[in-house]
Structures are given as structure tokens and as C-alpha cells.
Design a protein around this ligand. Sequence first.
Ligand SMILES: Cc1ncc(COP(=O)(O)O)c(C=O)c1O
Length: 216
Amino acid sequence: MGLVLSSLRQVRPPGAKRVIWTRMDQKSCLKAIVVFGFDPVVVPNQLIDNGSVRTDTEALETHILKDGGVDTVVAVVTTSSCFAPREPDKLDEVAKICKKLGVPHVVNNAYGVQCSSTVHLINRACTIGRVDVVVQSTDKNFMVPVGAAVICGPDECTIKNVTASYAGRACSSQVVDLVVTLLSLGELGYRDLLEWREELVPNFKSALSRIAEENG
Ligand SMILES: Cc1ncc(COP(=O)(O)O)c(C=O)c1O
């Protein structure tokens, strides 16, 4: 996430430092923003009647436009899935705002590759609005140990710029883990696992309901 933001800064007006981030109570993303020297602007979410919290798109737009405005913004960062009661961000609506205002949009898609509704939402956001880079953890989507991410996006050049901004020579073991795992699964093996995951949802729901009832 830090590398993605650093690479996007190169295409933003000089001095742009603000990263507009819809609040999400997991620290990795916020730490990446701060450690790489950006100013996080935390946009509070809306509490909805059913007890869940969701993106406040009006507040997001207001935050982009204030304190120096669009030119001071490096990117908007949204989250495709997180722990309840935090609902997925309204990626498509945020993407539209980013397109309208000409601001880069990065999606923290930590868990999303394995979830068809998340993938559809991201595709929709890319089609109707602006999405620059999508970042997903390898461990949460490809069953390998923690420590790496896959980045993707609709524009190849943007992705190449991110990879080019990496200056070090990190250990390649995470990449080897990923390649070996993907080769042993094969595309069909991976797709079978995704289907199995969806087949398990009804069992999961009934087991969870039973436990909830037992525990009041
Ligand atoms: C929503 C969210 N974003 C980011 C991360 C961090 O991902 P990684 O461990 O791949 O850095 C996590 C969890 O670890 C998470 O839950």
C-alpha cells in the first residue's frame, strides 16, 4: 500500500500529501499511510439502522474538497471487505466521485479475490468510475504464509510504475510460495475451491445461527 501511494504521488501536483481514507478499524493500511509520510484524513462512516456502518460518500467528497482541495490529495483509499459491523465500502460510488474530481483511487482488497460479489463490485467500480490500483494479500486469498500482496488495476502503465518504485531486493520466498501453490492448484483447482467456499455458506449460516441461539 505504501509503495502504491508513493508511486501515485509522482503523478500528483507537488506537495500533495493527503490520503483520504474511509475509516476501517484494522491498522495495516493506516500504518502504511503514515510510515510512508502521508497525512491520513480519516472519513467517519455512517451508522445505519440495522447496526452496520457504511461509507459516507458525501463526507468523503467534502473531505477531498476541503483543506487545500483536490490538488493536495494523493489518493482516496477504500476497503472492499472488513470485520462486521463495517460493511464493504461503496466502491462504485467512490469511484464515480474520484473520476469526477480527477483523484486516484486505491482499493484495499485484502480478502476480496476469493469473493465473487467483491470481484463484481470492483469490476463495476472500474467500469463506471476511477480505480487506479487494487491491493490484495496473498495469504488471505491464495493460502500461502503472510507477507506479500498482489496488485492489479485497469491500466498496465500505472501498475508498472508501482513495481518500478520498489528500490530494494526483498526476499523472494513469498513469490516462490505463491507460484508453487498456484502451480499445484492449477486454475481449475483454485476455481473449485472458490465454488466449495460458496457451497459452505448455508452450513456456516445455520451453524452460526445455532451458536447465536444457544448463547442468547
Ligand atoms: C482489511 C485489512 N487490510 C489489510 C490487512 C493487512 O494485510 P497484510 O497482512 O497482507 O499486510 C488486513 C489483515 O491483516 C486486513 O484485515
